[in-house]
Design a protein around this ligand. Structure first.
Ligand SMILES: [Zn+2]
Length: 133
């Protein structure tokens, strides 16, 4: 593996506790919500799982998950042959995960990294989703 590939891989590994996810986690926790983290038995290993509500929240990085119409998802100018298929695989994997979750009765919300720049709004979106009957 070339060094640049390795560092990209590392970034992926460390994306587990990335800041946007922590923003959402901390605020929801402060509001009294309790959840499980990164539940490996569920499709896509959702970031936050609310078993009693049968709901999951993904906090997606705009670049890694190709947030459409978002400036943060712009493809790098170099090594497009490497990045494009790689990121497209991520998107496909996400789609399959959401499909699998919905099919087994889970409701799914994606909070995007760029949305967490306005934490109040991101949390409002999350709580609205969680309180929805
Ligand atoms: Zn975005």
């Amino acid at each position: 593996m070339r060094p640049r590939e390795r560092s990209a891989q590392m970034a992926l590994i460390h994306s587990r506790d990335t800041k946007p996810e922590l923003v959402v986690r901390r605020q929801l926790h402060a509001l009294g919500y309790r959840y499980r983290l990164h539940v490996a038995e569920l499709p896509g290993k959702p970031d936050l799982v609310f078993p009693a509500r049968k709901k999951v929240i993904f906090v997606h990085g705009c670049f890694w998950h190709r947030h459409s119409h978002c400036s943060r998802c712009r493809l790098p100018k170099s090594r497009l042959d490497y990045w494009k298929p790689k990121l497209e695989r991520n998107v496909k994997r996400d789609r399959i995960a959401v499909y699998g979750l919905r099919r087994s009765g889970w409701r799914v919300l994606v909070v995007w990294e760029c949305e967490t720049l306005d934490p109040k709004r991101a949390i409002k979106k999350a709580t609205r989703f969680l309180e929805m009957a």
